[in-house]
Each structure stands twice: as C-alpha cells, then as structure tokens.
Ligand binder design. Structure first.
Ligand code: NAD
Length: 321
C-alpha cells in the first residue's frame, strides 16, 4: 500500500502564515503541517492552538512547531516571514528588509535537502519570488508567488456583486505586479462566456462599463483600505494560498493568477509577475498566454519595468532564464 503524506512547512507564523494554516486545517488540505518562526515560542503556541481544534477538523492532520530540518521531506514550503505593510507604506518599501530575511530562510531550507515547491507570500511578492528563484537555484516552475491571486478573487467578488452573479461564474483577472501597477485586462473579462463589455453595452439601463472600471480600480486599493481599518490583511491571502496548495496537491491544472517567471510571453523575459498559470503537482505547469490588446500588453510591460527597476535600485536584480 502506498501512503502519501502531504507535508507543508510554513515559515513565518504571523497573520498571513496562520490564516493560511487555519484555512488549511479547516479544508483538510494536507496531512502534516510544520510551523517555523524566528519567534519559536510563538510557533509553539500557534501549533498548540491549532491542535486544540483538531477534534472538529474535517480530516486528521499532524501539526507541530518545527525547524528547517523538517523541510527535507516537505512538499511545499510556504514563506510568509517578514514585516507587514505599515499604513500608507508601499509594498516596494518593504523590499530591502524582507530580501535580507529571505537569504537566511532559503539557505536553511535548501541545506535541509528540500526538493519541493516554494510558495511565496511575503511582499513585494513578485520580487520576493524572483529572489527565491535566485537564492535557491530551483527550476522556475517550482517557485510560485501568490501574485494577483487575491486581487483576482477580490475582483470576481465585486463584479459578482455588481452583476448579481456568482463570483465563480465571473471570469476576469487582475494581472501584473501585486501592487499599484496591477490592472484588469478588460478585453478578457467575461460573465459566463459573455464579455463584460457586451453585457454593459446591451443593458445600459442596468450596467455601466465606467462603473465596472471603477470597481476594478477599487480592487487595486483594497489592501490599503483594509490595512487602514485593521492594520493588516490576512484571511483573503490565507485562503488564496490554500487554493494554490489544493491545486498543487490535487494536480488540478487549475488556472490561477500566480506570480510566475516570464520567458518571452508578451515579449517579456526574466521577471516574475502575476499572470494566469496552469497549476498542478509539479508547480507551474504552464504560463497561459492571453490574447491581450496592444494597450494591455503595454500596461503589463510597464508593470514589469517597474519591478525590474525597483529590484535593480535595491541591488537585488532579476534572474536570467
Ligand atoms: P506578521 O508580522 O504578522 O508576521 C510575520 C512573521 O514572520 C512574524 O511572526 C515574524 O516573527 C516572522 N519572521 C520574521 N523574520 C523571520 C525569519 N527570519 N524567520 C522566520 N520567521 C520570521 O506579518 P503578516 O501580516 O503575516 O505579513 C507577512 C508578509 O505577507 C508581509 O510581507 C506582508 O506584506 C505579506 N502579505 C502578502 C499578501 C499577498 O497578497 N501576497 C497579502 C497580505 C500580506
């Protein structure tokens, strides 16, 4: 009998790491969950707290506070270590501090013999994904950033509300940097199989494309609003990371807007950015190339340029394909 043990290690047991852990436990996504934090006591307390809910969990799961040795036979190492955004602080401003932290985390993980998939949540997530590729030397398909998965979920939610349609039937993406230069390629946005632009054109008495566009802009600012109100965002990202993990363990080949390394798609190479990708057991199975309009390709390019410039300014650089 072959017994699979789906093992996930979380590095960084703050709001994001523990929201992910909580969603993972409640959805029964893995068999073993290991918590690592620079604050060992915190990781121990979190493991105890989660374990006390096991009597009500959908499936059995081994949960413990651990160390980097636990990465050896892990399938996924999810990194949410770092410092959170302060009110008004841009994600890019976090870069220098978080890149330094990652040097230690990635080298310890590799030293343990880890051969699985890195899942990165720490901001600025696209650059941190590139940093992990660079530090680990892993094949690019085994390093996945959360990218615009959360932003896309937010977009589908608000469009679902506006059109009175289940968000699961709203097919629209936020792509680009997980940050201020992200955008919605409206040429690709559909309700069921009908384009959102056509729906607005055909029902001017009920829907306005201008209003739809404004909703897209609001999504971009959602994180700032939440941080202003409650200092951090975590449930949505915890569920997004869980969704990516499910797609990996289930070899689902689901399309999710993760941060992936571009190799010439849209004429861009050498940078990680949020685009729709097919996700399965091996990580990123394929970057799905959308038929973007010229203006949308320009927006994606300038979003990439912004990331490359920022990484360069901070002397982090990007990786070559
Ligand atoms: P937090 O401060 O609550 O948690 C960070 C944790 O990392 C802390 O427990 C801290 O002790 C730990 N840590 C720090 N240095 C460490 C190290 N060297 N090794 C191990 N652990 C270490 O922060 P948070 O709110 O959980 O946010 C974490 C990161 O996630 C931030 O960078 C934040 O901006 C980002 N984030 C990303 C998204 C997204 O969509 N990708 C959404 C929300 C937040």
């Amino acid at each position: 009998m072959r017994v699979d043990n789906r093992k996930v290690v979380i590095v960084g047991c703050g709001f994001v790491g523990m929201s992910y852990a909580y969603a993972m436990v409640n959805q029964g996504v893995c068999d073993e969950l290991v918590l690592i934090d620079i604050d060992k006591k915190r990781a121990e307390g979190e493991a105890m707290d989660l374990n006390h809910g096991m009597a009500f969990a959908p499936t059995h799961m081994k949960i413990k506070a651990g160390d980097y040795g636990d990465c050896k036979d892990a399938d996924i190492v999810m990194i949410a270590a770092g410092v959170g955004q302060k009110p008004g602080e841009s994600r890019i401003a976090l870069l220098g501090r978080n890149a330094k932290i990652f040097e230690g985390i990635v080298s310890e993980t590799i030293k343990a013999g880890f051969e699985g998939i890195f899942l990165v949540a720490t901001n600025p997530v696209d650059i941190m994904t590139n940093v992990v590729i660079k530090l680990s030397g892993f094949p690019k398909h085994r390093v996945i950033g959360s990218g615009t998965t959360l932003d896309t979920a937010r977009l589908r939610f608000v469009l679902g509300q506006y059109f009175g349609i289940d968000p699961r039937n709203v097919h629209a993406y936020v792509i680009g940097e997980h940050g201020d230069s992200e955008f919605v390629p409206w040429s690709q946005a559909q309700l069921s199989t009908k384009s959102i632009k056509s729906v607005c054109r055909e029902h001017p008495e009920r829907f306005s494309f201008e209003e739809v566009r404004r909703l897209g802009e609001d999504v971009k600012h959602a994180a700032y609003k939440i941080i202003e109100a409650k200092r951090a965002t975590y449930y949505g990202i915890g569920m997004s990371l869980t969704r990516i993990t499910k797609a990996i363990f289930g070899d689902e080949h689901s399309v999710l807007t993760v941060s992936a390394y571009l190799r010439g798609e849209y004429g861009i190479s050498g940078v990680c950015i949020g685009i729709p990708c097919i996700i399965g057991r091996k990580g990123i199975v394929e970057n799905l190339c959308l038929e973007l309009e010229t203006e949308e390709i320009e927006k994606l390019r300038s979003s990439c340029d912004f990331l490359v410039d920022t990484a360069r300014q901070l002397d982090i650089g990007t990786v070559k394909s």
